[in-house]
Design a protein around this ligand. Structure first.
Ligand code: ADP
Ligand code: MG
Length: 606
């Protein structure tokens, strides 16, 4: 036997099987390719039927343009596509498909039947293929449109078949694909059936917001948000979940549903920084970019894209998301100037949150709060100061002088005299300037953040063993990422290890955190590590910061949590000791001030 292998040209059927390895990973990939073909064929209604999670059968039927009999056979040849013909066109792809690989790849690894008709008067054709071999092409009647039936996926590649998961898992993946397509194209009707159950029955509607409600009955409140910059535009939808489970994101880029771990990371970061309440949320981010700024041809299944200016894309998405979160919480996000004019009423903002209330009152121009003779003229002495307004608190020495006789009591905390806790959520204090309002959750988050960062910098990490280790189910990518982050986790007191395939076991956690919090945090870190591709040099710093931020957010006391006076004081002392008592790790303000002057103006005292 020669040591030097001879180079051979692969046979077509082998090439197709290899390509199938790239394009077809699981039943959901079949669903994706077939649905994309139906959309490209300008179908107005697409029906998907699955049996056994798609493992036994995937059938996709459409009322699109169909194919005439010759084309139907040609379509099964590799790189046969009606969608592009010159290299030039690859840069301006307007269709979902363009590689001409899907049909032959799928047909190579299944029992495949294509029934299609472009013109019922001429008759349709039924092409039967098994493992890539065309067995028959015969005339048949069919209304205009196409049905592709894919049976026994991977029947001839047992190694691949072994990698299929349970029908439930496969079904979930397929459902996810349909969600993406259905949200991208609300103008097309979609049906998904599993056996005899109808899981999706979404009629054609005018907009994605209605589509989201049709797909997800739980979405009673859907908030829309948007942002634009430099030719890029984001429109989004946010439907808060019940507070439990992982939020899930559908990302559309120029109308194509794609995965992008970095975008997922950006979205999760914003949700995490918003505190609890977005568990199980459904988010749709619809990103529109000039075609030249995004490359869709980087992944065989077209499931990923590459942005030419990824930094600004993520920044735009984060900004839009923050606005969506604020709208969903009933706050009005203060827009910075670079945001441009406010959106054209897409976001249904519900007023009524705390921040909203305080901001509205500080805005000036509104009616006085009270208009009553009993609050009549009071003469106020003192020099004129600059117009009062409630502002984020900053240490400053040029406080406007107090004009009224009202004086602050002696300070008994670093931030002034403690008045008490308001609505179990905010600490109220008075100082020479006026009223000081401290958000207890964000304040505690800051305290924990600094503490965790110190541990990461090499301090000792207290950790306590769990009586029953906590088990986290992870996918292969996450499992592979664990070794890269074990060290970082250990530094903050989380002891996690791989425990059989698909499971991570957490043995001990830092004393401040409960199991549920740690579970979420570990998942988040694995998410990020996967996104960063195995924690390359230089990224671990970023990862540590994020770990600290998400741990502190998870571990911090929430709003609506009663604190004793001692606890309130301790929190304020700890807050003062942090690197930056005025801003939380995510940049949210911690302290708000309402000046005495503002109060008096509002009360008609000046
Ligand atoms: P691509 O979508 O990349 O062109 P495919 O292998 O998915 O490659 O499909 C090959 C060709 O078959 C398409 O270009 C199209 O002309 C035709 N085709 C596939 N599915 C349909 C369909 N549902 N309706 C009409 N034509 C279709
Ligand atoms: Mg295609």
């Amino acid at each position: 036997m020669s040591l030097v292998p001879r180079i051979q040209v692969l046979s077509d059927s082998l090439i197709n099987r290899i390509a199938a390895g790239e394009v077809v990973e699981r039943p959901a990939s079949v669903v994706k390719e077939l649905v994309e073909n139906s959309l490209d064929a300008e179908a107005t209604r697409i029906e998907v039927d699955l049996v056994n999670g798609g493992r036994s059968r995937v059938r996709v039927s459409d009322d699109g343009c169909g194919m005439d009999p010759d084309d139907a056979v040609l379509a099964l040849e590799r790189h046969a596509t009606s969608k592009i013909s010159t290299a030039d066109e690859l840069d301006h792809i307007a269709t979902l498909g363009f590689r001409g690989e899907a049909l032959p790849s799928i047909a190579a690894v299944s029992r495949f039947v294509l029934v299609t008709s472009a013109d019922p008067a001429q008759g349709g054709v039924r092409v039967t293929v098994e493992g890539g071999r065309i067995l028959a092409a015969e005339g048949t009647a069919r209304p205009r449109g196409t049905t592709v039936e894919v049976g026994d996926l991977f029947f001839n590649t047992p190694a691949r078949r072994k990698f299929l998961r349970s029908p439930e898992t496969e079904l979930r993946h397929a459902q996810e694909i349909l969600w993406g397509a259905a949200l991208a194209r609300p103008d097309v009707a979609f049906v998904l059936r599993h056996g005899s159950r109808t899981l999706i029955d979404a009629p054609a509607v005018a907009d994605a917001s209605q589509r989201l409600k049709d797909l997800w009955r739980k979405a009673d409140k859907v908030v829309a948000f948007d942002a634009a910059a430099g030719g890029a535009e984001v429109r989004g939808l946010l439907a808060p979940g019940g507070g439990r489970g992982r939020p899930s994101l559908t990302l559309l880029v120029n109308g194509r549903a794609v995965r992008d771990r970095l975008v997922v990371g950006a979205v999760l970061r914003v949700l995490r920084s918003a505190g609890a309440g977005f568990g199980g949320a459904r988010i749709v981010v619809d990103l529109r970019l000039p075609p030249g700024e995004v490359d869709v041809n980087v992944h065989p299944a077209k499931a990923e894209v590459r942005f030419s200016r990824s930094g600004s894309v993520f920044a735009l998405i984060e900004r839009a998301m923050r606005q969506g979160v604020a709208a969903s919480q009933g706050r009005v996000e203060v827009r910075s100037l670079e945001d441009g004019p406010p959106s054209s009423g897409l976001a249904e903002r519900q007023p009524g949150g705390y921040g909203d209330m305080l901001r509205n009152r500080s805005g000036g121009g509104g009616p006085p709060l009270f208009d009553h003779p009993a609050y009549g003229e009071v003469s106020l002495a003192g020099p004129a100061g600059h117009p009062g307004e409630s502002t984020e608190w900053r240490p400053t020495t040029d406080h406007p002088r107090i004009r009224s006789g009202a004086r602050a009591g002696a300070a008994d905390t670093p931030f002034g005299r403690l008045i008490g806790q308001y609505r179990n959520s905010f600490l109220l204090l008075e100082d020479d300037y006026g009223l000081v309002i401290v958000d207890q959750h964000v304040a505690h988050e800051r305290v924990l953040f600094d503490q965790i960062r110190r541990r990461l910098a090499g301090g000792e990490a207290p950790s306590q063993g769990l009586l029953t280790p906590c088990l986290i189910e992870v996918d292969d990518a996450h499992a592979a990422a664990l070794p890269g982050v074990e060290g970082i986790l250990r530094k903050v007191g989380i002891d996690a290890e791989l425990f059989g395939p698909g499971t991570v076991r957490v043995l001990s956690v830092p004393p401040e955190f409960d199991e549920a919090a740690v579970k979420e945090v570990v998942e988040g870190v694995l998410d990020r590590a996967t996104a960063l591709d195995g924690v390359p040099e230089g990224a671990s710093q970023e990862l540590e910061e994020e770990l600290a931020a998400s741990l502190s957010c998870r571990g911090a006391i929430k709003v609506n949590h009663r604190l004793s006076v001692d606890e309130q004081r301790a929190l304020l002392d700890d807050l003062l000791a942090t690197d930056n008592p005025y801003r939380c790790p995510h940049g949210r303000p911690i302290i708000l001030r309402l000046s005495q002057e503002e109060m008096e103006r509002r009360l008609g005292r000046r």
